[in-house]
Design a protein around this ligand. Structure first.
Ligand SMILES: Cc1cc2nc3c(=O)[nH]c(=O)nc-3n(C[C@H](O)[C@H](O)[C@H](O)COP(=O)(O)O)c2cc1C
Length: 447
């Protein structure tokens, strides 16, 4: 899991090690933010803690694809394969995560270097914790990343935007029962990616998706205080319960789009037990757009196949970083029939409430390059007939532009060129440009 990931990152020269002492309040976040969560960093000396910390692990597309063992070209097929052909996991008796078991006098801030990130954040927040629940009926495991505010001692609050998890909890709460949870820290890319498949939509056990993604069974051990299974090779696991009938104020917190989410009452989790490896490594992530890459990759997969169903010439989808990997998408396609680009707009904006802006471009445009998108809109779109606006649809409460939170206008731009052109759209090309070696002309230039 994490240790193997760190070995691989070291081997590929993708791990920065920080040997200077760093404060988990603000300072570590500032260092992580400098690299926009795109550079994995191991902090070997954390002030007031004997635990090392790692951050910025899974925010870089190239590094992530390498860790998962996929390419830009085959990723959507690999991710879909794991969903339609989930594979069994393996339960083992014990594992390194059981090397230390703490059940008494739990004070999270005394044990873990949980970061405080932004100036107005209400407290220190666990930002890379993967919460695991076991469906009370089907016994399937559902994992998801949730931000968790440390309230005091062994009490944390979680912000849970999932209708499945919320409903599971509310149903139990009506009977006066709490919901068992485990929070996993120190995992690998497959584990994180599996957690981002929407739970309610597919209902597939996320550990089985994980096992399919990794190409071998994920090894799991039972928690000490409940029946939830957790990875045997995780660094740290917090076991607890979302407590029935209790709410405490959560937030404000600097969220992914760079604004503070408001304070509101949220359920609390009482931590009953912490298990961890010897010399554990605490995993963190600076809360920002880049951190949501894995979430965006699953959205890209969903959109790719949804569109492919109607338009076979869809080439690629990019759910963009600037839009927090959820609000904006660029679709590239080879338009062969009139109307395909407009159909792609309708379908894209209908896939998911979060998606608010989509641009459709031809397959000669590099969708990962914002300059190329701007160029395509400028030279291939006319607002009077290429822009579709849908006022007042469902939206996400995570972005503040509409007066009503959770409502949004949607926009689609058809930036594809007309089907039959008279040479107006022929892109200029210099023969030999792609293969020119500029160092031959300027031997001292660093390129
Ligand atoms: C870095 C990161 C942070 C996230 N933080 C939260 C969060 O605080 N609350 C939340 O409800 N979802 C959060 N998510 C989204 C869920 O993890 C994601 O929706 C996941 O698929 C859960 O599935 P479900 O919501 O369908 O149960 C986060 C995702 C990522 C990648």
């Amino acid at each position: 899991m994490l240790r193997y990931t760190l070995d691989r990152l070291r081997a590929s020269n993708n791990l920065l090690e920080c040997n200077r002492e760093v404060d988990y309040n603000y300072e570590m976040g500032a260092v992580l933010k400098h690299f926009n969560n795109k550079m994995p960093i191991l902090f070997n000396k954390v002030k007031n803690s004997n635990i090392r910390s790692v951050g910025g692990l899974y925010g870089n597309r190239d590094i992530l694809f390498d860790l998962i063992g996929c390419t830009k070209e085959d990723r959507n097929y690999k991710f879909m394969e794991a969903l339609v052909s989930p594979k069994p996991y393996k339960v083992v008796n014990t594992g390194p995560v059981k090397e230390n078991i703490i059940t008494r006098n739990i004070d999270i801030m005394k044990i873990l270097p949980v970061n405080r990130f932004n100036e107005l954040d209400s407290s220190n927040f666990i930002t890379a914790g993967v919460m695991v629940i076991r469906d009370p009926e089907t016994k399937r495991h559902f994992t998801s990343v949730r931000r968790m505010q440390v309230n005091r001692g062994n009490i944390i609050s979680a912000l849970i935007g999932s209708y499945k998890l919320t409903n599971d909890f509310l149903e139990l709460e009506r009977e006066g029962k709490s919901l068992d949870v485990a929070i996993v820290l120190g995992y690998d890319a497959q584990f994180l990616l599996a957690s981002q498949y929407p739970s309610g939509t597919y209902g597939v056990d996320k550990y089985e998706i994980d096992s399919a993604l990794r190409g071998e069974p994920l090894e799991l051990v039972k928690c000490e205080t409940n029946d939830i299974l957790v990875p045997a090779y995780a660094e740290i696991v917090l076991e607890g319960r979302i407590v029935a009938g209790r709410r405490e104020l959560e937030g404000p917190f600097g969220e992914l789009m760079g604004y503070y989410g408001k304070q509101a009452p949220q359920p609390i989790i009482e931590i009953d037990c912490i298990t961890h490896r010897n010399n554990p490594i605490y995993e963190t992530a600076f809360p920002c757009e880049e951190e949501h890459l894995t979430n965006g990759l699953i959205r890209e997969m969903e959109l790719y196949f949804y569109l492919k169903n109607q338009i076979s010439t869809i080439k690629d989808i990019y759910v963009t970083e600037g839009g927090g990997y959820r609000f904006n998408a660029v679709v590239s396609m080879k338009q062969t029939r009139l109307g395909e680009a407009k159909t792609a707009i309708i379908a894209s904006l209908g896939l998911n409430k979060d998606l608010k802006q989509v641009v459709i471009v031809d397959d000669d445009v590099d969708i990962y390059n914002p300059r190329e998108i701007e160029w395509a809109i400028t030279t291939r779109a006319q607002a009077s007939h290429d822009v579709v606006i849908i006022p007042g649809a469902l939206g996400s409460s995570l972005e503040p532009s509409h007066d009503l939170r959770g409502v949004t206008d949607k926009i689609g731009i058809d930036a594809t060129k007309p089907l039959n052109t008279d040479g107006r759209f022929e892109r200029v090309r210099i023969p030999g440009y792609e293969t020119i070696d500029i160092r031959k002309y300027f031997p001292n230039l660093e390129v």
